[in-house]
Write a protein that binds this ligand. Structure first.
Ligand SMILES: [Zn+2]
Length: 214
């Protein structure tokens, strides 16, 4: 079980339950409106993974690992965008299939008559494999489809949709839902709207306030 308190800032007001929160947090190590990508350097990636006990703090991390981790993150984001009505993304699936091969998955028999899939690869490949296993488990449990990426072009924050009929669309209606609707309104009703949008710098408020679902 993961230490959720370490993930709080990556979960916002709609956190995923159990270990799926780790996948959500991984996707949210960067979103479109943030300047800082927490895993864009070797040190950043090592720190993030080792803080969550997915990687040895002394493990070597290469530029290739950073590239791979960011590709896997964006592939997972793409899948959660599909969960929110976005298109199927074969490239994302290819990326994840490649990451699964690099993780060298094997069946591991555990005490208590349990067994599961475990990555055998060391280092970052193995750490990414642990994240993929959580996604796989969530798919088997039927909760994966509730992990969604916000469709706002300048957001794509991953959130967990707890609505009964899985109808939640936005990470925060007050922030992204209203902003996107206002833009669509401007586009429809004014010629200047489209131009204004190009020059406007989106500003967001905290996602952490409690939000009713749309
Ligand atoms: Zn959003």
């Amino acid at each position: 079980m993961i230490a959720r308190e370490k993930l709080a800032s990556h979960l916002g007001s709609k956190p995923a339950p159990g270990d799926l929160a780790l996948v959500q947090a991984f996707i949210n190590t960067w979103v479109f409106d943030a300047t800082k990508d927490l895993i864009q350097t070797r040190d950043g990636l090592r720190t993030w993974l080792s803080d969550l006990e997915l990687l040895d703090p002394n493990a070597s991390v290469t530029d290739c690992d950073v590239e791979q981790a960011r590709a896997v993150r964006e592939a997972l984001r793409s899948l959660t965008f599909t969960n929110n009505g976005g298109p199927d993304d074969p490239n994302a699936r290819d990326t994840l299939n490649r990451a699964a091969r690099s993780a060298q998955f094997a069946i591991g028999f555990q005490s208590g008559g349990r067994a599961g899939i475990e990555p055998r690869a060391p280092g970052v490949d193995g750490a990414l494999g642990k994240i993929l296993v959580i996604a796989l488990d969530a798919m088997a449990d039927g909760i994966w489809q509730r992990l969604k990426a916000c469709p706002a072009d300048d957001c794509r924050w991953a959130f967990f949709d707890e609505t009964k009929n899985r109808s939640g669309t936005w990470c925060a209606m007050r922030v992204c839902g209203n902003r996107t609707k206002a833009r669509a309104y401007r586009r429809r009703h004014t010629h200047a709207g489209a131009a204004a949008e190009v020059y406007s710098q989106p500003k967001r408020t905290s996602r952490d306030s409690a939000e009713p679902n749309p």
